[in-house]
Write a protein that binds this ligand. Structure first.
Ligand SMILES: Nc1ncnc2c1ncn2[C@@H]1O[C@H](COP(=O)(O)OP(=O)(O)OP(=O)(O)O)[C@@H](O)[C@H]1O
Length: 295
């Protein structure tokens, strides 16, 4: 995602963030242009939440951040009005009824459209007369998305929004996000551990590994750059000698993942496949001691 910074909604340059002696983000740089759906992937503790908090000015660090042309630390109040942010521990007031939340938001948020919120809530299984405390976890998440998507902003930041939801609720959440939010102008940055589910939605991917950005690529470029090669088991030694990033199995077949084209003699003997984001994630973020001793 190295685009003309003029239309970047987010610009991060050499950004590091420490908690005491613990480095949570280490010299991270990337842009998010408009119209993107960017997945932020990383193991537990990789720095995803720290990065998202920094982008909305809730955490400070060293380096340069610009979000919607603003400095998140200096312009935090103005920025929080213009970014739709759902933190990982999002809570809605339990005592309220849904229509009361809509009224409350209208009073608090100048860019909030109550009419749009009611329309979006009608898409969910939540009723306007329901009490928040009577809703299931999945319903609360849908409601939260409906409320946040009714704020007219250009950037949505979602920190593990579907944590704890079943597969149908997750699907409903993502459908609403794509249908109601992504219009080619707005962008969304979304962190998740459910890599397989979100892969089809993403235009770009950022991978963090222990605070370092190990991948920043569009999905189209991922496909160009990385090659998965399914091969006969007899070729295992020859494949290992070519130093793939990962040796694993695809649909029960031996396979290897290469950064760039595999050597010609191997490419001819194997079948080139599209690597999945999960496989790439594993390859780029595993610790050396986790490397298998044979595929
Ligand atoms: N308030 C804090 N004080 C000290 N260390 C912290 C604090 N918040 C996070 N950390 C540390 O910073 C690192 C990054 O944490 P962060 O929450 O950003 O990771 P994450 O990728 O969001 O993880 P998860 O997927 O588990 O939510 C971790 O090592 C964590 O222990």
């Amino acid at each position: 995602m190295n685009h003309n910074s003029q239309d970047a909604l987010v610009e991060v340059r050499n950004f590091s963030l420490r908690y005491g002696r613990k480095t949570a983000l280490d010299d991270v740089s990337f842009d998010i242009p408009k119209g993107r759906v960017v997945g932020l992937l990383g193991h537990n503790g990789a720095g995803k939440t720290s990065l998202m908090k920094a982008l909305v000015g809730l955490q400070s660090g060293q380096g340069a951040l610009r979000v919607l042309g603003m400095n998140p630390q200096a312009d935090r109040v103005a920025l929080l009005d213009q970014v739709s942010y759902i933190p990982d521990v999002a809570v809605l007031p339990r005592w309220a009824r849904v229509h009361e939340l809509v009224t409350l938001m209208s009073g608090l948020q100048p860019r909030f459209s109550a009419e749009r919120a009611r329309t979006l809530i009608r898409r969910t299984s939540v009723e306007l007369g329901d009490k928040v405390k009577a809703l299931s976890k999945g319903m609360v998440t849908q409601l939260h998305l409906a409320l946040v998507a009714s704020i007219d902003t250009r950037l949505m930041i979602l920190d593990e929004p579907t944590l704890g939801l079943d597969v149908l609720s997750r699907k409903a959440f993502y459908e609403m996000l794509i249908d109601e939010w992504c219009d080619g102008e707005r962008s969304v940055l979304i962190s998740t551990h459910q890599v397989e589910e979100i892969e089809q939605l993403l235009s770009d991917v950022l991978m963090l590994d222990q605070g370092r950005l190990v991948l920043n690529l569009s999905l189209a470029d991922v496909e160009q750059r990385y090659v998965a090669l399914a091969h006969a088991p007899e070729l295992a030694d020859a494949v290992a000698a070519a130093h793939p990033l990962l040796r694993y199995r695809i649909h029960g077949r031996s396979a290897a993942l290469f950064d760039g084209a595999p050597p010609q003699h191997l490419a001819q003997l194997g079948e080139r496949l599209r690597p999945s984001l999960v496989d790439l994630f594993v390859a780029l973020t595993r610790k050396p001691e986790q490397a298998p001793h044979g595929a």
